[in-house]
Design a protein around this ligand. Structure first.
Ligand code: HEC
Length: 196
């Protein structure tokens, strides 16, 4: 997904009062609550994106569907991010669009996912979250692994149809996101939200 698809919405600050004895407990449950919210967003975003891609492919074929991301993904991401100030995107170590390149934290988590996968971990339940502090600002960050399903092989697999290859080469001359097999780790959804 392109930079355009990254949605940033201002957060409405909520002032909460917590007694000091409750602080660490509050921190842990805050992270749990945020992780659950992030997972819901990912599920909704992933489902809509897949649905949009699959129906476009059925109607117009995979080559014509390559542009779907640029047109539909920002709208879909926006709908799912709107709720409460999240940033939603996708990233990978094997990129099609360099605008989706991972930052340092994301690269670290992608490496953790790859290692877990190599050890037999299940991509479906693979997620990671952390509250990080940068320039005195706290941010909740969350990633959820994305596996390769059958429909993805049309545009990310080993044997692409000539029309698809040509359309990809045209739009993404540095495309590194092909050659995947079913069940491979494709990348991850990446979400963040400023926290108090
Ligand atoms: C119709 C072709 C098509 C299909 C099918 C498709 N993709 Fe993509 N995918 C693309 C294009 C084009 C991009 C680059 C989008 C952009 O410019 O941001 C992309 C980008 C991505 C990215 C972002 C990282 C990157 O490389 O830029 C992920 C992750 C991804 N696809 C996963 C999947 C998964 C998982 C499936 C199957 C459910 C899938 N794709 C199916 C065409 C496709």
């Amino acid at each position: 997904m392109c930079t355009k698809c990254m949605i940033r919405i201002a957060v409405i600050a909520v002032v909460s009062t917590v007694s000091s004895s409750q602080l660490s407990l509050a921190g842990a449950s805050q992270q749990q609550t945020l992780s659950a919210q992030a997972l819901e967003l990912v599920k909704g975003f992933g489902k809509d994106l897949k649905h949009t891609l699959v129906s476009s492919m059925k109607k117009d074929g995979p080559a014509a569907s390559i542009g779907v991301c640029n047109l539909d993904a920002p709208r879909i991401a926006h709908e799912h991010a709107e709720k409460s100030g999240w940033t939603i995107g996708r990233t990978s170590t094997k990129l099609r669009n360099s605008a989706n390149a991972p930052d340092g934290w994301e690269a670290k988590v992608l490496a953790i996912f790859a290692q877990k996968k190599a050890q037999g971990g299940d991509l479906k339940s693979m997620q990671y979250s952390e509250i990080i502090e940068k320039d005195g600002k706290k941010t909740f960050r969350y990633m959820k692994a994305i596996g390769v399903a059958k429909a993805c092989l049309n545009c990310h697999g080993e044997n692409l149809k000539p029309g698809v290859s040509a359309a990809l080469k045209d739009k993404y001359p540095d495309d590194a996101a092909t050659g995947f097999k079913m069940g491979d780790l494709r990348g991850a959804f990446t979400l963040s939200k400023p926290v108090k």
